[in-house]
Design a protein around this ligand. Structure first.
Ligand code: FES
Ligand SMILES: [Fe+2]
Length: 345
């Protein structure tokens, strides 16, 4: 399958990598990742150019990586520095390295043309640094599902009433229309449910007892990041659409790592302006998310199983699909323009 390669993807949480060798697969590339003695993260193609043994089966000698078959050794730039039994180092023994960068306890990896890797383009949100906000890392969900289907689920407020009735949605929102904006960097789908009883989440945080105005804004940044802004405010306050920060607001962030055509890792975390500094609240919120995301996993894996057996059948679109249609078009265009750039190089 083809992927958008000129993008920063999440290789893992910072805590996933230590001064030893981890084998990961991203966009079908096998990659070995390790930290140097000084803590710098190195990512290299997980294949020795000599006879193709995965380098993750070798070992670290200082900060260099020694292949486990004949001991050919590579430095952090992927250059060969030792060939046991021979003095001359051959230039052809070179391993591809990937640009990596750590930000907000996440290791980001650039999968495409190295000359285009710009760390200032890595996903960020001002709330990470703002007082009154708390960021909390969640978990990594391994899905047997194509990442496009996972991403589609993250620009789709309409499924919430049916898939997440106890945590994120309720039947009160089943027929509320969804709005779309496909003109910016992010594809946005949203809806408001005015003056209705609070859903599970907001009954607990901060503990609304009377009717609330509730919103769900899904921002999907192609190729693989989604920010879901959802919250509630007391209906009596009648907040405007752009005053959401005045209510209880949570951002669920999803970083999708496409592994292969039917495997995706969704690392999720949240930012919130309620119960800041409250560890118990963090773990309670995480467990609610876990319930909800397990519900999505079940749906997405069942769909994948169907897709694996489909022949020449395409989904039938309805009006709530505007976000996902725009997303798939954007992905196809990005892949096409990368291919065109490569052919002129
Ligand atoms: S396969 Fe790596 S040194 Fe021979
Ligand atoms: Fe969902």
């Amino acid at each position: 399958m083809e992927y958008v390669r000129n993008a920063w993807y999440v290789a893992g949480w910072s805590s996933e990598f230590a001064n030893d060798l981890s084998a990961v697969k991203i966009l079908e590339d096998n990659i070995v990742i390790y930290r140097t003695s000084k803590g710098r993260v190195i990512a290299m193609e997980d294949r020795c150019p000599h006879r193709f043994l995965p380098l993750s089966m070798g070992k670290l000698i200082g900060d260099n990586l020694q292949c486990g078959y004949h001991g050919v050794t590579y430095n952090c730039e992927g250059h060969c520095v030792r060939i046991p039994g021979q003095k001359k180092i051959q230039k052809t023994l070179k391993v591809r390295t990937y640009p990596v960068f750590e930000q907000h306890d996440i290791v980001w990896i650039w999968m495409g043309d190295k000359s285009l890797a710009d760390t200032s383009e890595i996903f960020d949100m001002p709330q990470f640094a703002q007082a009154g906000w708390e960021a909390h890392q969640g978990d990594a969900i391994h899905l047997t599902s194509n990442y496009l289907n996972v991403a589609e689920n993250l620009v789709d407020p309409a499924h919430v009433s049916f898939v997440h009735p106890t945590t994120l949605g309720s039947s009160a929102s089943e027929d509320v229309p969804v709005h779309f904006d496909t003109s910016g960097d992010a594809i946005v789908a949203w809806r408001w449910i005015r003056d209705s009883p609070p859903i599970g989440f907001f009954k607990e945080f901060p503990g609304y007892k009377t009717n609330v105005d509730r919103w769900h804004y899904y921002y999907l940044y192609p190729p693989s990041i989604a920010v879901i802004d959802f919250g509630s405010a007391d209906s009596k306050e009648q907040i405007e659409e752009n005053q959401r920060h005045l209510g209880t607001q949570l951002f669920a962030l999803h970083f999708l790592t496409p592994v292969s055509s039917n495997r995706t890792i969704d690392r999720w975390m949240h930012l919130r302006n309620v119960a800041v500094g409250d560890e118990t609240a963090s773990s309670k919120i995480n467990s609610m998310f876990k319930v909800a995301f397990a519900e999505d996993k079940q749906i997405l894996e069942a769909i994948q199983e169907q897709e694996d057996h489909l022949q020449n059948q395409n989904p039938v679109h309805i009006s709530i699909d505007k976000g996902s249609i725009a997303y798939r078009r954007r992905i196809a265009d990005l892949i096409k323009s990368e291919a065109a750039d490569n052919s002129t190089m």
